[in-house]
Design a binder for this molecule. Structure first.
Ligand SMILES: [Fe+2]
Length: 361
């Protein structure tokens, strides 16, 4: 099976501490120089010449795999970011793919959530948009949004960085941004709002545009572009803002490596009622588990494993794929559901770098 990471030429990255910031590069961000090899890797999407028309895609949707839905969303957002003038002619495709993502998220399955864990630094804006959409929909689901509300949330999340189409080269820059470049990047909220409101065939375009405009507002009034506070900010903008930050920090960027999901959860909890609503963070921690998918944990049995499933009823007892039992001691891979193994406890959350170092010992 072709994974989207393969399509994008992705590569896993390690872990590094980094100041809290959303993906937008601010002057305060110290960017890490990357190797020439990394600089050369550009996203390259090869579209099938026999790509089905919208009608046939819609008819076969319920039979498609989460990976296929993810890849179609990825291809569409790349097209839109690379050719923003195609917005009007592609509005049906935008609505269709977001509806399909809503259908997938509300189906009770969580496989598509796994796909949000991987991303290549070179394709980050495209993967990021799809990941943020999926994460926002799961958070919206936990907030009891109905399907029409999820459609609005999904559309806003999917298009939240469409205003970046004018400054993709700036946000992928490896060095520190100049003041002028930072001002250009900050205009993407306004550009995104205008782009959406201009597409008269897009459902809920007024609300969707307003949400996109407000995503970088912060409840303490220190966001942009308006400096709105608390309840002045649309709730859906707060949802997307939170998952935007979570997604950004848990994935590598051209100028830094990723931070482990449990650490990001802790960082977000420290920002409660300052940057993000405390209640919203609590709902996210619950929905994505205290031990997010993909995190590594050590058990009281001595086993080390990767969290591969979340038990919503028991957020402290996820499903763990066992990998090792001590340095260099691989165990036969099997999944242990901690909700059904009361004697087994998680004693430590490990980051990937720590695990690799330990296994080298
Ligand atoms: Fe974003």
């Amino acid at each position: 099976m072709v994974r989207f990471r393969d399509i994008m030429g992705g590569k896993k990255a390690g872990h590094e501490k980094h100041p809290i910031s959303s993906h937008e590069p601010g002057p305060e961000i110290q960017r890490k120089e990357t190797s020439p090899a990394k600089e050369k890797r550009e996203p390259e999407l090869v579209l099938s010449s026999s790509e089905p028309e919208l009608e046939s895609i819609t008819e076969s949707r319920s039979l498609r795999s989460p990976e296929s839905i993810y890849n179609e969303a990825l291809i569409l957002i790349k097209r839109l970011l690379d050719n923003p003038e195609e917005g009007k002619e592609r509005s049906d495709e935008i609505r269709a793919i977001v509806r399909e993502l809503v259908q997938e998220v509300t189906s009770g399955h969580r496989e598509i959530l796994f796909l949000t864990q991987e991303q290549s630094p070179s394709c980050y804006l495209y993967c990021h948009s799809v990941n943020v959409t999926i994460l926002a929909l799961y958070l919206g689901l936990a907030m009891d949004y109905d399907k029409e509300e999820l459609l609005i949330l999904g559309l806003a999340a999917f298009l939240h960085d469409i205003g970046m189409s004018k400054c993709i080269s700036i946000v992928q820059k490896k060095g520190k941004l100049t003041h002028g470049e930072f001002n250009i990047v900050q205009r993407h909220s306004e550009d995104g709002k205008n782009w959406v409101k201009n597409i008269d065939t897009l459902p809920h375009r007024e609300r969707v545009g307003t949400i996109i405009w407000q995503i970088h507002e912060r409840i303490n009034g220190k966001g942009y572009p308006m400096g709105l506070r608390g309840d002045q900010i649309d709730e859906m903008a707060k949802v997307i803002s939170l998952v935007d930050t979570y997604e950004t920090l848990t994935h590598p960027r051209p100028y830094r490596e990723k931070i482990s999901p449990p650490q990001v959860m802790e960082m977000l909890l420290e920002m409660k009622d300052e940057i993000f609503d405390a209640e919203l963070i609590r709902t996210m921690v619950e929905q994505f588990s205290l031990y997010p998918l993909g995190s590594y944990v050590r058990l009281n049995t001595g086993d080390i494993g990767k969290v591969v499933g979340i038990n919503k009823e028991y957020p402290t007892r996820p499903q763990v794929e066992l990998l090792f039992n001590g340095p260099g001691k691989k165990v036969e891979h099997r999944t242990l559901n901690l909700a059904q193994a009361p004697a087994v406890q998680i004693t430590e959350v490990m980051d990937e770098e720590e695990l690799i170092l330990e296994q080298k010992e």
